[in-house]
Design a protein around this ligand. Structure first.
Ligand code: ADP
Ligand code: ZN
Length: 526
């Protein structure tokens, strides 16, 4: 095996070819590498699959000493070190999964200058600091740098201590990398890691080969099955569900329908998880049904679709998860089914969850941005990129571009729903969830209606101009727009202050027309 550190004076592109067998850098890789080789700091925002790893691996080979990579995910470290060793790079890691002998061996190799790269879990940094003092460090790479963001979705308290790198080893260049790129996160990373003077490299977050589609949830499993059978038969995909139980049930059901599907969530034992992951990676056409515990660092280029059966909590999460599709650049689908229950459930989870008011406000902002993406009548990609601060034109490759939804004046239906809510509350002191309200609007007699004499309400049966699905769409959109809110644990609905304005005729409501058949038509057109 050849030593990875090449001849003195080897250029970056020569190292790339010799070690990895690639003939050119992608995007901004070359400039980023030059910055580090010259001893300057860099802040890199690049989408998943953009090629972040080479940005610190190559300069670690070109600079004297060992490149130290701070990485939050132990499983990922292991894979990275394996992959590096396969191409002859001398790499190792230090983390809590190791026994003392193994750890001592890594330390010995580090001190002997026998390592090109050392992966370090952030919580091990204090213990390893003395060791690092005694060796030559080529650079520090801080992977998943958005973990410093206290209000982000992946906060790791240990990341806050990483400012010590700059203080203790001021001459060592640092590179912080992330695929999460809101302006706010970027500012937080620069501030907390003291990287205000670093050269910033912001790649486009556009993934033009991914077709974004968000559909009203009707019969989510069958909608999913249609997607797989009609558009991605025999192809690899990931299906995200919120709960472990729904992961299990969905995987079982897909299997019973002849789709090779495997479950993956944190409740499965490590052996099963590893076996399922490796089957997904190695064989063709396996569908992984997973919670969001699955996917970080998974490098499978030919994932043809990512489906969400539940609403992601934030656009960052949605973008990261959908970004696992199509890393080979081939056409791929990001599909999300989203319904009234999702909004109710997520609002409730925030209200009842842990955390102070500030945290809840941040979570609500994240959810609202995600809901706005779901309900938009504009180009999804344009809205997604705008969220990351990137202006763009309508894309032509998302559902709203391909079959533009109709927006309509929904003020009257909104008022009908709202006055039903208000009447129940004022006249009867009662509150109900969406299902019962829709029954009243549609004038549907059932036991509950008769028992509570709701057929005597003045709003009984005043909503027959819309069907049940459409009404559920109206409720969902009013929830998304913050005109109606969920109260208490039973999902009962109440007006918000802004909703009161609508009811009093002081504020119009724009809604997106639900088009249940569109999705099938599109699939048939191919
Ligand atoms: P990220 O960490 O940004 O998600 P990776 O570093 O894992 O991305 O790279 C994604 C894939 O692209 C990997 O398979 C990697 O080998 C490949 N890759 C990265 N840079 C290049 C390049 N310059 N030429 C060819 N392949 C590349
Ligand atoms: Zn579009």
């Amino acid at each position: 095996r050849q030593p990875a550190a090449g001849p003195a004076g080897e250029s970056a592109v020569e190292a790339l070819a010799r070690v990895w067998g690639y003939d050119a850098f992608r995007g901004q890789q070359a400039e980023i590498i030059d910055t580090l080789v010259a001893g300057r700091d860099a802040l890199v925002l690049m989408p998943t699959g953009g090629g972040k790893s080479l940005c610190y691996q190559v300069p670690s080979l070109l600079r004297p000493g060992t490149g130290v990579v701070i990485s939050p995910l132990i499983a990922l470290m292991h894979d990275q070190v394996d992959a590096l060793e396969q191409v002859g790079v001398r790499a190792a890691y230090l983390n809590s999964s190791q026994g003392p002998d193994e750890r001592r061996d890594v330390e010995r190799r580090l001190l002997a200058g026998e390592l090109d790269l050392l992966y370090l879990a952030p919580e091990r940094l204090p213990a390893a600091a003395g060791l690092l003092d005694r060796c030559q460090i080529a650079l520090f790479a801080i992977d998943e740098a958005h973990c410093v963001s206290a209000w982000g979705h992946d906060f790791r308290p240990d990341y806050l201590r990483l400012s010590v790198l700059h203080e203790r080893w001021p001459g060592v260049p640092r590179i912080a990398l992330t695929a999460t790129a809101t302006v706010e996160t970027r500012r937080e990373i620069a501030e907390r890691l003291q990287l205000q003077d670093a050269a910033a490299f912001v790649s486009s977050f556009d993934r033009p080969n991914i077709q974004y589609r968000i559909s009203p949830k009707q019969d989510a499993r069958n909608q999913l099955l249609r997607l797989i059978r009609e558009e991605h038969p025999g192809e690899a995909g990931i299906v995200y569900c919120l709960s472990r139980a729904s992961v299990e049930k969905t995987a079982e059901w897909l299997s019973s329908q002849g789709v090779p599907a495997l479950p993956y969530h944190a409740g499965l034992d490590a052996g099963t998880r590893a076996a399922h992951q490796s089957r997904f990676l190695r064989s063709d056409g396996v569908v992984m049904v997973a919670t969001i515990a699955f996917g970080m660092g998974i490098d499978k280029p030919d994932v043809r679709f990512v489906a969400h059966l539940d609403l992601p909590k934030s656009i960052e999460g949605y973008y990261q998860e959908t970004g696992r599709a199509g890393r080979d650049g081939q056409p791929s689908t990001a599909w999300l089914a989203y319904g009234l229950q999702d909004v109710v459930q997520q609002r409730r989870m925030i209200a009842e969850g842990e955390g102070d008011q500030q945290r809840k406000r941040a979570q609500t902002l994240h959810l609202d941005a995600m809901l706005a993406l779901c309900e938009t009548v504009e180009c999804r990609r344009q809205q997604l990129l705008a969220y990351f601060g990137e202006p763009s034109e309508p894309c032509g490759n998302c559902d709203t571009c391909l079959s533009p939804p109709e927006a309509f004046d929904g003020t009257v239906p909104a008022q009908k729903l709202m006055s039903t809510i208000v009447r129940l509350q004022r006249e009867r002191g009662q509150a109900f969830g969406a299902g019962h309200l829709v029954d009243i609007l549609l004038g549907r007699e059932n036991d509950r209606v008769r028992r509570s004499r709701h057929h005597e309400l003045s709003t009984w049966g005043i909503g027959t101009e819309l069907g049940e699905q459409e009404w559920r769409g109206v409720v969902r959109q009013l929830l998304a727009q913050g005109l109606v809110q969920v109260q208490g644990e039973y999902g009962v609905l109440a007006l918000t202050e802004a909703g009161g304005e609508v009811l009093r005729g002081r504020r119009p409501v724009r809604l997106r027309r639900e088009a249940p058949r569109r999705e099938q038509e599109r699939a048939r057109r191919g």
